[in-house]
Design a protein around this ligand. Sequence first.
Ligand code: MG
Length: 374
Amino acid sequence: MSTHVVIVAAGRGSRAGGDLPKQWQILAGKPVLAHTLAAFAGLPVTLVVHPDDMARARALAPEVRLVTGGAQRADSVRAALEALVGSDATRVLIHDGARPLVSRALIDRLIAALDHAPAAAPALPVTDALWRGERDQVTGTQSREGLYRAQTPQAFRLAEILAAHRAHPGGAADDVQVARAAGLDVQIVEGEEDNLKLTFPGDFQRAEAILKGRDVDIRLGNGYDVHAFTEGDHVWLCGVKVPHGRALLGHSDADVGMHALTDAIYGALAAGDIGRHFPPSDPQWKGAASHIFLRHAVELAGDRGYRISNCDVTLVCERPKIGPHAAEMQAALAAIMGLDADRISVKATTSERLGFTGREEGIAALATATLVKA
Ligand code: MG
């Protein structure tokens, strides 16, 4: 059994405003139809378009079967169904091109419903009170008992819906009406509030907001750094000068914590590491303060549309003791990064005197950073 999709997009509807029919208008950077086609990715699609839109449709969806629409919606659907005769299609989902937000879950529920029903369609119960009215005056009320708001895709077994369309005199509002006229039982499948039909300009704004909510892009990066001890009387850790009987050896100020954190941000951006942006072979970075590196990583994240949600730095050393300085380190990093201090964690552990940190040959640091598409 093979399920095919018919997307009806031949209308000239202009209530949405603009010069183009609504299915060709831009939604979140792409034509509405591009979103609709993406919702059915993986299923064979027949797209019904107006003759004037053939070239545009071919450019948008070169892989999709195109059919020229008719004068009425039912004519367009019929043309697509006839085009499926002789294919391997046994089931068909008929969908309005102007409903770009249909979910894969709803599509799957409809396909599953056809296992035990000849037809299935999504709908939501009417919850608002209903009135009758004329010229902005309420003239009566209407019971909402048993009323549903119909959506698409509407799902059918191909042979039955094709026969129903061939027999129908025309003028049907949708394919459920055609199916019922032919005596087919239609099962109601729970629809989705987000599966809205773009009709008015405000619908585009609502759809953009829904798409933005779906397009959550969270990135996690980690960083690790080590610097060896050398002679000296202080170390720089997370932007704080900490008195110590030794110093850390390195090209810059050897702030091992800030280096790990900087690499965590670069890592989340898949943008390499400090060495790529500030080559140690370049004399201008010799002795450079590490906040230059961290600031660069933060700005790169911003340039790419991400905000840093939180970061967490762990310093691994026996000494110096970090606890007394941790709050100052958080505040220093917060100032460099332009973040609230409660989004920054600085903590420490010893390595139980094991390994190079245990022998106090150097300090290691680990960091993670979470970036969210702003
Ligand atoms: Mg380093």
